[in-house]
Design a protein. Sequence first.
Length: 456
Amino acid sequence: MRNWMDEVRNYAIENKLDIYLIGGALRDRLLQRDISDYDFVSKEDCHRIGKNIADNIKGSYVNMHNDVARIVKDNTYIDIANLKGNNILEDLGQRDFTINSIAENIVTGEIIDIYNGREDLKKQLIRVIKDDVFLKDGIRLLRAVRLASDLDFEIEKSTKEKIQRDATLLTYAAGERILDELYKILRNKESSKYITLLDNLNLLEVVFPIMKRMKNVGKCRYHVVHAYEHSLLTLDFLEKNINDIYSSKWGNRISEHFNMQVNGYPRFLTLKLSAFLHDIGKPDAITIEGDKVSFRLHDKKGEEVFQKIAERLAMSSAQKKIIKSVISGHMRVLGLFKQGATEKAIYNFFRDYGEDAIDIFICSLCDISATRSLLDDKDESKKYWNFIMELIDKYYDNYDTKMSKVKFITGKDVIEVTGLKGKDIGKILKEVDELIFIGNIKTKQEALEFIRKYRR
């Protein structure tokens, strides 16, 4: 792989410039981790430097904003920013954590480390450089947890106390920045541990205010823990058992499904967030009649609560669609299990949710399994696992295949045979699709025979 450090260093030498490698790129190099992106600062105009280096290496120059230029080459991002302040020391003094406040003069090789960041790298600690770090940018509160998650570091004791003290400052951060940090935390294979850390640091209820109420509802004859703890257990079960799901009959297809990109992240991360949020409607749905506690229609209430969350975090339409589907559909799957799933009911579910059905099935599996694990009901868990696998089998082997490939008739056929127009056409085509899925229509001739009964 081409050494981009050398390219920037050669430019600095030729033009007699002081350019510094800083932040995460230097931190990762000191930790001997792979570097995919580079961050540099210089007192000289970053855009002039960026354009010239981009020309030299035949890369693409991007004007990010006034004080940051980006070069893109071979899937590598090279960011060059203007120094904040009059010199590198003033620049480092405006950063967040000691391990991010180290700089290297790429010409001389001198390391500037006025906050002892290298020592904290050795100790594997996240530590703020100053008391007012979070006041300057509330997103740094979440970043502390994200760095702990990325690096498997601990947050230093006094820094934890400052986060707890300043937690409400996160309310002033832009929603999309909060969501981005949250997704980066969800990248961790044990993200449920870091969701718990967010809670311990008073941050979780700032991001999701509903969690405060979820800690006080949820226990009933089906659940031995409150809704918040159950949500964590559902996420934890998903993380611990996803490889078993990938080892199932349709594991390769499921893996492909969850590796699809949704707003720059694997779809699996949106499923993880869905698993954590699937029961957010319970606080508004609780009813108590004597000793009986129930949460009827908590899926519907959950959609309403989620709408506010989605707006606050500036979620994309794709993210909203998946999470909303999981919240609204997870109880419907349980209903299919309890009431006996007819082919018609299964078809209607697939028709209503499309590819989101896979997300709903997996979340429902983790939801029920997390509940049953506390009741030590292995038989019921096994039955539900088999039921979900049967639904997935019907989706990929029947619905996905037939509905994408089998089109015996078109709207034009319906018009020619029946003489009908408008909404009736779509209604008839849906009926035909359902009968194809069930197996009652196997040929074009059978489809035409069926629609003739609608002839005027």
